[in-house]
Design a protein around this ligand. Structure first.
Ligand code: GUN
Length: 296
């Protein structure tokens, strides 16, 4: 049996339709939700992600401004820009695209973003609130995966969710979110990483398997339990001379083989990616509501 292909673009559109109502209400109150993006350097993947986020903002009526800095911009300059975005009431959300150049401390930069405008939810205050189950903003990819599962009819409650990859952006927050004693969570979570022994014996136990290790087609069919739901977070460029751009995007899952074994699977592109962007805009709207409700 071939797996159901989960359409992330369609599900993201449902989120945009919900957001449309909130954005209209904010605008009726004279509030124009705004996102400030900081992009350092010209890494092609980062440039492409930032463009995608900007386009999505424009489509649903969120004001977006990208501040682009050269790849040798000093850390002090990046911090000064974050400070000015923190102070500027035009912006309810701030995002610094990662990765930053090697000489810049990602921790110092992300920690400088005001927690109330931290739409990536990478700040320790937001991470801590999420871990305790009292979230303000939630990390976009993890939240996108949770919403995608629920909208597709795969509630993680009581399920064994195996996550491959322990990044601060995806693996750790997703584990923390899905283990919460809450509706839409209540999963048994196993987090695997590069030092995990006998990875296959663990992934084969997964009812829901999340691949976020950043390694092209690393999850092969023998690693998947028949009937599992497979979520592919990877976006890897692999050279392909037959492709118009000379490369092709593939996930962390060997899609063609795994789709013959899984109950459902997300494609790359068109799976988790659009949900991440949708949840970013969701956070901008949530931050705009929160920040402006404090001003009277
Ligand atoms: N780089 C890769 N993913 C992300 C993300 O979700 N947010 C930011 N700021 N940078 C990223």
């Amino acid at each position: 049996m071939t797996a159901k292909i989960i359409d992330g673009n369609k599900l993201a559109q449902e989120i945009y339709d919900e957001l449309d109502v909130d954005i209209r209400q904010l605008k009726e109150r004279g509030i124009n939700p705004g996102l400030g993006v900081v992009l350092v350097g010209e890494d092609p993947a980062s440039v492409s992600y930032v463009k995608g986020k900007g386009k999505a903002c424009a489509r649903i009526g969120i004001y977006e401004e990208t501040i682009q800095l050269p790849s040798d911009a000093p850390e002090e300059e990046i911090l000064r820009i974050v400070d000015s975005l923190n102070r500027n009431s035009k912006f309810h959300g701030i995002l610094v695209q990662l990765p930053l150049p090697e000489y810049v401390s990602e921790e110092r930069v992300t920690n400088r973003i005001s927690p109330e405008k931290d739409v990536d939810a990478f700040h320790p205050v937001n991470m801590g609130k999420m871990l305790k189950g009292e979230p303000y903003l939630l990390p976009c990819t993890a939240h996108g995966i949770q919403r995608l599962l629920l909208k597709s009819g795969y509630d993680p409650e009581g399920k064994h969710v195996v996550i491959c990859g322990r990044s601060n952006i995806v693996g750790k927050p997703l584990a923390a979110m899905l283990m919460q004693k809450k509706e839409g969570a209540n999963a048994t979570v196993t987090l695997c990483h590069t030092k995990t022994r006998d990875l296959t014996s663990i992934t084969r136990q997964a009812d829901i398997l999340v691949a976020s290790m950043g390694s092209p087609r690393a999850i092969t069919a023998d690693m998947v339990k028949p009937g599992a739901v497979v979520i592919d977070v990877g976006i890897n460029r692999v050279t392909d001379p037959t492709a118009p751009k000379g490369y092709r995007l593939v996930g962390d899952v060997d899609f063609d083989a795994v789709k013959e074994k899984a109950e459902a699977i997300t494609p790359v592109p068109g799976g988790v990616g659009p949900m991440t962007v949708a949840m970013l805009l969701y956070n901008v709207v949530a931050a705009a509501k929160e920040i402006t409700s404090l001003q009277s």
